[in-house]
Design a protein around this ligand. Sequence first.
Ligand SMILES: [Zn+2]
Length: 160
Amino acid sequence: MAEKTVARAVERMFRIAVGDEARSLDGMAKALSRERGRPLIVLHDAKLPPGVFGQWVRRPDHDEVSCAAWVHARDRTIAHELGHIALGHFGRPAIDLATDFLPASAHDLATLMLRRDCTDTYSVEEADAEAFGSLLLRRLQDTRGSGNPAIRSRLDEALG
Ligand SMILES: [Zn+2]
């Protein structure tokens, strides 16, 4: 796994983020979208094939990132999908997808070829996207945490 590549891609997210974008996952999605010059839509309650927790579909004029409705770790899943985009991964070949539960009538071939379904199956790209997602969320938390130290320390005192 390419740890340096993942770390660099996360660093880059914070460089392209403007203002408050670096304080939330939604903001990061906006920054990535602007940088790519393509709209990026995030769907939080998507109906995905069984076992698929997240998905990235490259449509001709926009990107669509989805998190399955049953997933508890929504942010983690969205961050993972942003990782695939930021790391320049591509969707699985259509031949693989043909074995899945996709109703073929619902998607044209071009869309199938550019669609990535994420499952727990191990692959280098899945591991890298996962590492990206977890690093991105950790960095976002740090950024938020350092937002107002005075209030935080008072809160810490109050909470004992
Ligand atoms: Zn994935």
